[in-house]
Each structure stands twice: as structure tokens, then as C-alpha cells.
Design a protein around this ligand. Structure first.
Ligand code: UGA
Length: 459
């Protein structure tokens, strides 16, 4: 099939490459000429495993091309995808300006029947408005349909996610468009959820908000575990084996970040208040997510007698999660800002996100290092802020010998507690009793674990 994809961000670029790989003829459209030139030369604007090869293979097979011209790009397409960004507006709502302007341009240039598919994450009612805008801008009386087809891929595993999706959602209001969508996804084995436009839009938000809720829930359990002398990883494992709960998204840590969860939870909350509904649970999900990093920093502060001034803190991780260079709404960066604000000198390292972070964090009181070992050199404390596999595999004996201090604050529960404690580290994780917990003053847990491993109830 002939497809046009407007927007070469995460969803658009990966979508273009995967649809082409399925045998379609795809044109990716973006107003940014430099970006298009980079992509065509195989230099991807985002770090995504396997993407460069997939793009180049499909360009050379003549199934994939890119252009900056929307009229030219959509001319022969049967299906036109809108994959532009919907960033968070000041009031929490999704900013839909890019969607509206693309809809207008599609309307102005439509000269035969096409299915217009909205893949961007958009609030309830957006697809209906897109339809109106296209109609208002038509030059002649040509027919078209609008379909909602939200995307569920994750950064870092997006190609695999798109190829092996759990489900494909198609919101439609015309049988003709549904037939086209069924043909497009005919090679996919997972279920096609065929529904009305509004339900399709809500499925996307409800899914992201539910996953964010799972993370905030386990982070609350983690706080409780620290007070009760339990281990959140053991609790999560025991919970996750129940098929009704499932073991995904139960990793306690510093909270969720990225370009989707924070924005989408806020937008769903805004949608509900706009509809005069107080979605209390979502408010708590956001509050808990914020509190998680505050509690983490408190732990670091207390362990240094509430004075971080002049201390050197080595921070491993800048990206919002592993396998990406994306730092949007990165909790790692938000946490570093708080620690820096308390007077500490920061050293940072990330396998992919250093360049992006430089623009965000700046240079004041931050030293960017080339590898993890340089980062930890002479540090008083080590903070693990992003769940990169590389940080798990470091030689911690070497890390210990390079550091000045011996405290590790593992914000992602990456390390094996026994092993690092044996090397002489004071290890603080999330939702576990640490060998250094008795340092905490104001926030003493109900149980303090003695160094001989016995548990003593605080008086
Ligand atoms: C998320 C969804 O998982 C995708 O299904 C969706 O398509 C995408 O948003 C989107 O709307 O475009 P993504 O933002 O790439 O994908 O990242 P996730 O892997 O979901 O992680 C989000 C955040 O949650 C990260 O900061 C991660 O560190 C954190 N997380 C994740 C946890 O703290 N604990 C977990 O158990 C899982």
C-alpha cells in the first residue's frame, strides 16, 4: 500500500521504517530539511537500537523515501498518518497546534479519497475536530475518512514493539476506512480492536495512565517496605506471579519520566476536570511520582548529616530510562538538579544522553565524564539514576577503589545488595532495608536493621 507519514519523531520515523519493511511504499514528511537529510544518510536524530539499519535497508529497497513537502508527500498515498508531537501545554492539557495545522494542510491538498489516520496521542474529541478542519479546508468536494490508530511502542524497543504489538486499536466511523485499515494490518497476528473514535482515543490515555499508576503503586509499597523491613523486589515478584496483576511495570525506582507518561497522565487529568470529573486517583499518581525522588534525595542528605555542601556526588544515568538518549522529563536530571541545589558538586555519565543533557543541565557545578569509572573517581557518594544494563556490569571493586567515600544510592535497584555490601559499600536502595539505614535520623524506620542482620524495633 502507498502510505504517507507526517512527522518523523519517534512514532513517525519508526512507523515509517516498519511499515516500509512490511512491504508498503512509504513517504516520511517533515518540515525540517536538516533532519530529513540526516535520516536519509543513516544518521538517526534519535538513538534507537536497529533503526538506522532498518531505515537504510528500506531506502535502498526503494520502499522508503522522505520529503519536506506535504502536498508532494501525500499526493499518491492511500493512507496518510498524522504523527506530529502533542507536547504538554501550560495547564497540563495536550497542545494540539501541530495536529491542527497539519489537518488544515491536508484539507487544502486533498484531491482524491484517502484515509487520514491520527497516530499522535490526542485527547478525546480530537479526531472529530481533525475531520472538521479537513472538511473546512477542502478545495473540492472530495471524500475522506478519519481513523484513530494510537501507537503503543516504547522508546528503546520501538521496532520490536511495533512488530509484535499486543493489540492494534482502530477507531473508525466509516466501513470503507475500516476495510483499508484491516488490509494495512492484515499481516499482524495480534487482535485488532475496532471501535468508535472516542473509545480509541481513550484507550491510549487509559493504558499509559494505568501503567503509570502501577509504577506509583509499587513506589508507595517501596516506601512502606523501607519502614516495615521488607523487600519491594520480593513483594513485586510475589504480586506479579498472579496473572491478574502481571509482573510488568512493578519495578520500584525514582518514578516515571519520559515524553509520554508525565504528559499523558496530566492530560487525562485535565480532560477529566474539563468534563467536571475529579479523577482523584490520577492526582495521587502524580503526587507519588514527584514525592519518590524527594524521598530519595532526603536519604542522601540524611546520610551526610543533612549537609551535602562541598560533597562530590557521582551520578550514573541522565536518560529518562535505559536504551535511549532521550532526556525529556528525565527523573535522573530532575534528581540531579535537586542534589546540585543542595550544594553538592556533581559528576555525571550516561552511555547515550550526555550531549542532550548538556543543553538541559548546563555546566554549572556539573562535570561530564566519558565513562562510569571516570565519573566515580574521588566521589563521596554514587547515585544510580537510570536503569542501564552497563551500570549493573561495572567492576564494583574497582569503583570502590576509585571513590573517596563508600555510599551507593541505587535509585533503580540495579545492584545485588549482598555483593556490594561485601565490598564494603554502604548500600541504599529503594524499598529495601540498607546496611546504612541506622544513619537516618528524622525518618527512622519502625524497624532498624542491625549490622549483624537482626531487626530491632525502634523505641
Ligand atoms: C510509554 C509506554 O510504555 C508505551 O506503551 C507508549 O506507547 C509510550 O509511552 C507512548 O505513549 O508513546 P516510554 O515512554 O517509551 O513508553 O517508556 P516506558 O518504558 O513505558 O517507561 C516510562 C517510565 O517509567 C521510565 O521513566 C521508566 O524508567 C519508568 N518505569 C517503567 C519504572 O519506573 N518502573 C517500571 O517498572 C517501568
Amino acid at each position: 500500500m502507498k502510505l504517507a507519514i507526517i512527522g518523523t519523531g519517534y512514532i513517525g520515523l519508526v512507523g515509517a521504517a516498519v511499515f516500509a519493511d512490511w512491504g508498503n511504499e512509504v513517504i516520511g514528511i517533515d518540515i525540517d530539511l536538516k533532519k530529513i537529510e540526516r535520516i536519509k544518510s543513516g544518521d538517526m536524530p534519535i538513538y534507537e537500537p536497529g533503526l538506522s539499519e532498518l531505515v537504510l535497508n528500506n531506502i535502498s529497497a526503494k520502499r522508503l523515501d522522505f520529503t519536506t513537502s506535504l502536498p508532494k508527500g501525500i499526493k499518491d498515498a492511500e493512507v496518510v498518518f498524522i504523527c506530529v508531537g502533542t507536547p504538554q501545554g501550560d495547564d497540563g492539557s495536550a497542545n494540539l497546534n501541530y495536529v491542527w495545522s497539519v489537518a488544515k494542510e491536508i484539507g487544502e491538498n486533498l484531491d482524491e479519497y484517502k484515509v487520514i489516520v491520527v497516530k499522535s496521542t490526542v485527547p478525546v474529541g480530537t479526531n472529530e475536530r481533525v475531520k472538521e478542519i479537513i472538511k473546512e479546508n477542502l478545495k473540492n468536494n472530495v471524500r475522506f475518512d478519519v481513523v484513530s490508530n494510537p501507537e503503543f511502542l516504547r522508546e528503546g524497543s520501538s521496532i520490536e514493539d511495533m512488530q509484535n504489538t499486543d493489540r492494534t486499536v482502530v477507531g473508525y466511523d466509516s466501513e470503507r476506512a475500516l476495510k483499508v485499515m484491516r488490509k494495512l494490518y492484515s499481516s499482524i497476528e495480534s487482535p485488532l480492536v475496532e471501535c468508535d473514535l472516542r473509545s480509541a482515543e481513550l484507550i491510549k490515555y487509559a493504558s499509559n495512565a494505568f501503567l503509570a499508576t502501577k509504577i506509583s503503586f509499587i513506589n508507595e509499597i517501596a516506601q512502606l517496605c523501607e519502614k516495615a523491613g521488607a523487600n519491594v523486589q520480593t513483594v513485586a515478584k510475589g504480586m506479579g506471579l498472579d496473572k491478574r496483576i502481571g509482573n510488568h511495570f512493578l519495578n520500584a525506582g525514582l518514578g516515571y519520566g519520559g515524553s509520554c507518561f508525565p504528559k499523558d497522565v496530566a492530560a487525562l487529568y485535565k480532560t477529566s476536570t474539563d468534563m467536571a470529573y475529579d479523577f482523584k486517583l490520577l492526582r495521587s499518581v502524580m503526587e507519588v511520582n514527584h514525592r519518590q525522588r524527594i524521598n530519595y534525595v532526603k536519604k542522601i542528605e540524611y546520610s551526610f548529616g543533612k549537609n551535602l555542601s562541598g560533597k562530590t556526588v557521582a551520578c550514573l544515568g541522565l536518560a529518562f530510562k535505559n536504551n535511549t538518549d532521550d532526556i525529556r522529563e528525565s527523573v535522573a536530571i530532575k534528581t540531579i538538579r535537586i542534589i546540585r541545589g543542595l550544594g553538592a558538586k556533581i559528576k555525571v555519565y550516561d552511555p547515550q544522553a550526555v550531549e542532550n543533557a548538556k543543553n538541559d543541565l548546563g555546566l554549572s557545578n556539573v562535570e561530564y565524564t566519558k565513562n562510569a569509572y571516570d565519573c566515580v573517581k574521588n566521589a563521596d557518594a554514587l547515585c544510580i539514576l537510570t536503569e542501564w544494563e552497563e551500570f549493573k556490569l561495572l567492576d564494583y571493586k574497582k569503583v570502590k577503589s576509585l571513590m573517596k567515600g563508600s555510599k551507593i544510592f541505587d535509585g533503580r535497584n540495579l545492584l545485588k545488595q549482598d555483593e556490594v555490601e561485601k565490598l564494603g559499600f554502604e548500600y541504599f536502595a529503594i524499598g529495601k532495608i540498607s546496611n546504612g539505614l541506622d544513619i537516618l535520623d528524622e525518618e527512622r524506620p519502625v524497624y532498624a536493621i542491625l549490622r549483624n542482620g537482626r531487626r530491632q524495633k525502634n523505641k
